[in-house]
Design a protein around this ligand. Sequence first.
Ligand SMILES: Nc1ncnc2c1ncn2[C@@H]1O[C@H](COP(=O)(O)OP(=O)(O)OP(=O)(O)O)[C@@H](O)[C@H]1O
Ligand SMILES: [Mg+2]
Length: 247
Amino acid sequence: MTEVVVSIKELEKEYLSGRVRIKVLNKINLEIRREFLAILGPSGCGKSTLLRILAGVEKPTKGTIEFHISSERPRIGFVFQFPTLIPWLTILENVALPLESAGIKPKEARDEARKYLSLVGLSGFENAYPHQLSGGMKQRVNITRALAIKPQILLLDEPFSNLDPLTAEALRAELLDIWLSGVAGVEAVVMVTHSIDEALFMADRIAILTPRPAEVRKVVEVNLPRPRNRRSPEFQKLEDYIYEFIS
Ligand SMILES: Nc1ncnc2c1ncn2[C@@H]1O[C@H](COP(=O)(O)OP(=O)(O)OP(=O)(O)O)[C@@H](O)[C@H]1O
Ligand SMILES: [Mg+2]
């Protein structure tokens, strides 16, 4: 399972702040395989920027991203760092919207949206509005919306960081189940996080970034069986090992 899905080569990003140039990404070289890849880095180092460039919503200053995917344009699902549900649309409409934008007829889009909502245990909430849902349910809807377009690549930007610990843990397990079962047809998951524990719990590999401007400092393979036991000596050993690269 070492097939490469995305090649990131010599990627750089600079922002212009007034007349000052701020370098955010510096010579990022990274191959994304058919895998669950975590991108771990300190706050403000450029993780979201990297994800936005991968999603194609922002352009790099230098470097290239190549997708080794059968379709002409990769389908990319994006779960943003901050909630992005549209408040005046129902849950069903929120999930169906990107499908309709992709050219699917409204009726089919809604059927599809319904199917995915049931996959994450949200049947019965189709007609609710975002403000009527808990934080955890909203984030479930965000994930569902990203999955419903059948993405080849799923990008997650700190998807669990604004949730209470119990809800976050339940959602991590659910997302892993969906990924491992293959039901959504996703080829690669890229999850940004600043939690070593979360990265170790979920990912096949962890790319550790330096503080800004972000460079890839180290890529660590997580060869631990799933479901992972945080209390196992192997888990804790890897945790200590990774800690050395981010402190
Ligand atoms: N559109 C922009 N214009 C100018 N500067 C920007 C822009 N977007 C991001 N930056 C700067 O780039 C740097 C990296 O931002 P980014 O959001 O990618 O970091 P991050 O690693 O995701 O941080 P966090 O962990 O806080 O989410 C920050 O210093 C930020 O101020
Ligand atoms: Mg961010």
